[in-house]
Design a protein around this ligand. Structure first.
Ligand SMILES: [Mn+2]
Length: 320
């Protein structure tokens, strides 16, 4: 293992060279405004570390997405001048990668980084919307003296006139609730999702678990997933995954671990169904705040990233 290069999946040059690679991983070690438990600046490194222990073959999808080339860029360090300056730097680097016609994956770092990435995507794509899986709405106008706090990021993206859909919400302020209502934003609170899921999922899971055929489970789109997917107003989707959307039982390594949340299978089946109906143009996985004593969350984040790459390869019809 020591001999493997330190990049996503530990890939040799043949598969990780920038020129040849289709997928570019941009690690952004930034956590200046994280409120409760700081440490998300160590998230990208922990995801890369864990990814080197993943199987290169995704047995569930029957894909080997690495063959399409995955280049890991060197880590962006925090710009301590101001959060706004950091966002500008991210936008610049992301725009360069997109101008090279690459598929960009950003690893955080705190959620604020999504704003810089979205501003870059705006230069290259028309008509896309953002799906954010997150325990929080991140719709505050200002927090702790800055408009560029991680809990304001969806408010800023909304101001960029990108349609946003937020799913997995379990915690919000009165200000955010009122803003979302006034702006008529589509929000899937986790309690509502759980209620719909309880009513519809039980039969699906109990009938298919015995066969261990996950494809069979995937092929059954549950009602809440159907509603999320059909509420997305555009074909092109930018996906932002705040890891606190997961149940803290499986994802305790986040800045603000809210009780409740998605299971691994809920998220992966949602993503499976998302690629069937939409085109994912880019994604980020943010807010991992690693804990040395528990590596399972790092591994979850790495596997989630590779699963998404496999789904995108499969969705684009490439036979790899
Ligand atoms: Mn969050």
């Amino acid at each position: 293992m020591e001999n493997l290069p330190f990049n996503f999946l530990g890939l040799e040059d043949k598969y990780s060279d920038y020129k040849k690679a289709k997928f570019i991983i941009l690690p952004v070690a930034y956590d200046t405004t994280t409120s409760y438990q700081p440490g998300t600046r160590f998230g990208p490194e922990a995801i890369l570390s864990a990814s080197r222990f993943l199987e290169l073959y995704d047995g569930e999808l029957k894909t080997e997405a690495y063959k399409i080339g995955i280049c890991t860029r060197s880590e962006m360090r925090p710009n301590l001048e101001s959060p706004e300056q950091m966002i500008k730097e991210i936008e610049k680097i992301a725009a360069k990668i997109l101008s090279d016609k690459k598929f960009l994956i950003t690893l955080g770092g705190e959620h604020t980084i999504t704003l810089g990435v979205i501003r870059a995507f705006k230069k290259f794509h028309r008509d896309f919307s953002l799906l954010s899986l997150d325990a929080h709405l991140d719709l505050r106008d200002k927090y702790e003296g800055t408009k560029f706090n991680h809990s304001c990021v969806m408010r800023r993206i909304h101001e960029e006139k990108i349609p946003i859909l937020l799913a997995g919400t379990r915690s919000l302020s009165r200000e955010e609730a009122e803003f979302a209502k006034k702006q008529n934003l589509k929000i899937f609170h986790h309690t509502e999702i759980s209620k719909i899921a309880l009513l519809t999922n039980e039969a699906i899971f109990s009938s298919n678990l015995e066969s261990s055929n996950l494809h069979l489970i995937h092929s059954q789109q549950s009602k809440w997933q159907q509603e999320v997917i059909s509420s997305l107003p555009t074909k092109k989707i930018y996906l932002s995954i705040d890891l606190d959307c997961f149940d803290p039982g499986i994802m305790p390594s986040v800045g603000t671990p809210e009780p409740g949340g998605f299971s691994w299978y809920e998220v992966t089946t949602l993503l499976f169904n998302l690629v069937l109906a939409h085109q994912i143009i880019g994604f980020d996985i943010v807010e991992l705040s690693p804990n040395r004593a528990n590596k399972a969350p790092d591994f979850l984040a790495a596997k989630l990233c590779y699963r998404l790459l496999g789904l995108i390869v499969k969705g684009s019809g490439l036979n790899i």
